[in-house]
Design a protein around this ligand. Structure first.
Ligand code: NAD
Length: 453
């Protein structure tokens, strides 16, 4: 069996060497999940809820251990990793609460009554990326388990360690064997095996648009259900009537957090021309306070990028443009890249169109509100974005006109686990989080009961 070598991006040291699952191993895990499904779907919602609550609490109890593992493996500051793991626990508890209210309807129809039942789909294959490893996995696992499905998660090969721990914790708190399974392998081998497997009823994917396209195409062969959370090129639109200093101060967090490896990274800064100089002045000051370095050191805001391959891609894109502002990053071992602002760039430039997935953003000036909306909508993506203005009517007008699944006004927040999250256009389809996510893991069945003679 081949191996997967897992690195620590801040040091380039080996963190773990794991056996790599191939097609046969994926099949064995899917069969285990398939065997577990009939019993799991029959577990009463209240009992499923209890187990999900226990899982959330057990994650909290191991928060420090899991956060350390995530911070080392993904190269993220320990404070952020603690927040993510704490949020994972919350997501499990949230769906524990939701499952008991996940019920069908009774619909009077001619000659009788129609009843709807929300049935689990079966074995759900889940494929996740490396930027928020356990957090993004929990968005799929929690509602899927709550709705009575069995899960086979293939985490990103670069960051599988916390997912492996999650499987162990689930068994410890009492989930039956085979209900939550983790399989570690490469995307084009184990990931594809999961997508192609006839006993996998649905694929829930988060990752790049290119891989999402491959998954949707292959899943179409047997009408497998698919939800896709894909790439983004989110615009932050700053109007002249905004609190410019506040908007500029928010940019490092909105762009460089997680080293820009965030599908909601505001990788385009659309700034109204008459306040551009003022905005850039404040941004330069804000960037001076943004610290890149050892994820475990005090006061560090940003770690390295995930791999040398990722750094090469970021470097190549930055070299295709003009650097306007740049912070500093450590040298030596570790996949470091400094926080960078490009521009002003043309809307058709590669850096204005392609997802960079590094600590980089591009300035695109605009003159009118109409132009701002056109620019915001001028990529293939539609995941997230922000609107900075003190004119309430404009804020809503623009929010309605921008083609994006999530938008924030005078804020750069994208994710609240109690509210839906997902993309428009080539950022994907389906919604995660919030009350509706359970529907993505359920089939609606209608049963007609005849009551006339
Ligand atoms: P990726 O698409 O390369 O890989 C994601 C996962 O897919 C990994 O587990 C990988 O092993 C697997 N995979 C790769 N090829 C596959 C194939 N042919 N068949 C099945 N599985 C395959 O993405 P990445 O580089 O890990 O993550 C970065 C991407 O994820 C970015 O595009 C980012 O925008 C996106 N992302 C989206 C969201 C969202 O919610 N919309 C969140 C985070 C990341």
């Amino acid at each position: 069996m081949s191996s997967i070598v897992v690195l620590e991006p801040a040091t380039e040291q080996i963190l773990a060497t794991l056996p790599e699952a191939g097609i046969l191993e994926v099949d064995a895990v899917v069969q285990r999940a398939k065997r577990a499904f009939p019993k799991w779907r029959a577990v009463a919602p209240a009992d499923r809820a209890n187990l999900l609550r226990k899982l959330g609490d057990a994650i909290d109890a191991k928060l420090e251990f899991l956060a350390n593992l995530e911070a080392r493996n993904a190269g993220k500051p320990i404070g952020g990793a603690r927040w993510e793991i704490g949020s994972v626990a919350q997501v499990f508890r949230y769906y524990a609460g939701a499952v008991e209210r996940h019920t069908g309807q009774t619909i009077p129809v001619a000659g009788g009554v129609g009843m709807t039942f929300l049935e689990p789909i079966g074995v759900v294959g889940m494929i996740t990326p490396w930027n928020y490893p356990l957090f993004l996995a929990s968005w799929k696992i929690a509602p899927a388990l709550a709705a009575g499905n069995c899960c086979v998660l293939k985490p990103a090969e670069l960051t599988p360690l916390t997912a492996i721990e999650l499987e162990k914790i689930a068994l410890e708190v009492g989930f039956p064997e085979g209900v939550l399974n983790v399989v570690v392998g490469l995307g084009h081998v184990a990931g594809r095996a999961l997508v192609d497997h006839p006993d996998v009823a649905k694929i829930a994917f988060t990752g790049s648009t290119a891989v999402g396209r491959d998954i949707a195409t292959r899943a179409a062969a047997n009408i497998k259900r698919v939800t896709l959370e894909l790439g983004g090129k989110s615009a932050c639109i700053v109007f002249a009537d905004a609190d410019i200093e506040k908007a500029a101060n928010s940019i490092p967090g909105a762009v460089f957090d997680n080293a820009g490896q965030d599908c909601c990274c505001r990788s385009r800064l659309l700034v109204q021309k008459n306040v551009l100089d003022q905005f850039l002045g404040h941004l330069e000051t804000a960037m001076k306070n943004w610290k890149t370095g050892d994820p475990f050191a005090d006061g560090v805001d940003m770690g390295p990028v995930i791999s040398s391959k990722q750094r090469e891609r970021v470097t190549e894109l930055v070299n295709s443009s003009t650097v306007l502002l740049q912070g500093t990053a450590p040298t030596g071992a570790g996949f470091w890249f400094p926080p960078t602002v490009l521009g002003p760039v043309a809307p058709t430039d590669r850096v204005a169109q392609e997802e960079i997935f590094g600590p980089v953003t591009a300035i695109i000036p605009f003159e009118t509100e109409t132009e701002a909306v056109e620019l915001a909508n001028s990529t293939i993506y539609g995941l997230s974005g922000s609107i900075w203005t003190q004119d309430g009517a404009r804020a809503f007008r623009v929010a309605r006109a921008v083609e994006s699944g999530v938008l924030s006004i005078n804020s750069n927040s994208s994710v609240r686990y109690t509210a839906p999250f997902g993309g428009m256009k080539q950022s994907g389809y389906g919604r995660e989080l919030g009350p509706n996510a359970l529907e993505a893991y359920s089939e609606v069945k209608m049963v007609y009961y005849r009551t006339d003679d």
